[in-house]
Design a protein around this ligand. Sequence first.
Ligand code: SF4
Length: 413
Amino acid sequence: MHTSNPSGEALEEPPASLFTNRLRDFLPAGRGFWHDVPDEDWNDWHWQLKHRITTVDQLRRLMPTLTPEEYAGAKLANHKLALAITPYFFNLIDAADEHCPIRWQVIPRVQETHTAAWEMADPCGEDAHSPVPGLVHRYPDRVLFLVTDRCASYCRYCTRSRLVSNASGYDFHPEFDRQIDYIERHPGVRDVLLSGGDPLLFSDEKLEVLLGRLRAIPHVEFLRIGTRIPVFLPQRVTPALCAMLRKYHPLFLSIHSNHPRELTVEVRDALGRLADAGIPLGNQSVLLRHVNDDPEVMKVHVQKLLRCRVKPYYLYQCDLISGSAHLRSSVRQGLRVMEQLRGYTTGYAVPQYVIDAPGGGGKIPVNPDYVLSRNSDRVVVRNYEGRVFEYPEAKDGTPLVKEPIPIEEPELV
Ligand code: SF4
């Protein structure tokens, strides 16, 4: 297929491989081992939670192809970050494929016990920015409100693994009254992000009480929920939940999906229900080795997200969480992935690649270098194909009214 660039030259679109073509389709997760479970149970989120795979014995029974690394990791998991996988999400694992990208995300490995000197239990320095337990106030106008330490399934690279699942004894007990009181006393806080753990694990009633209390604070303009529930447990996204959430607009929701195979028919439909409730949806992915640090896979993923009405929002460089080296990709590879998105697909599909600064500096954007040089009278930039362009500017920053002086300094370009 041919397209053209702004100057009219024909561009050859790289051929999509058979592999990525297959990833484009929305497929149902299927029932797998649970083929005889009635629909009524399977589609009930409480049933899914009750039947999660949480022990090494269950895992070995359902997946005899467990590798020695996985078996050893699963045996140790409950001392660090619990093992839990919903039956729905478990069905996305290809048990015959040791390199299955879903498998890498939720099956523990013994490498989780290997810790390097630069790895940390709290890589983003959240505890140091908590004025009251469960509230992180790092940026001037917004706070992170941690509501629970539970998730539907546990991601092996979780940046809050010190806290979620309580496997390492962090003993997280948010005190909503103290957290809300802090927000009330800080009129500069206009944006509250509910996260955890996963806020959508609360009942509709409990979540509504919390949203109602936050909405009643006059200076809180904007609410957000960070959740992986639509991906791990799409059954939770009921019409009743969506009807409740829509009462608290403006309310945004950030999901967390890393690989196109996670975007099943069930997930697409759950996201559709949320979008129909008027909730703007964004996605946060973590760049992970063995999962999504491949430009072709990432491109399919972001395009598929748009088809689910989800804007790819952030791509995170994996935090320096203890025991995550086997899953961390390099910044070099992250930039390579970004380089293959910008210009090659819809701008809406391109997330912002960020490093959450180790120790608590916040999110820092990382981009391929498109600005080649900049001085007082021009900026020299390159486009996604590597072609170089010049943008003239007046020295004092006022609008340019005279023709710019031609470049004389050869070092400028
Ligand atoms: S869903 Fe989020 S909080 Fe829970 S384990 Fe995964 S990354 Fe951590």
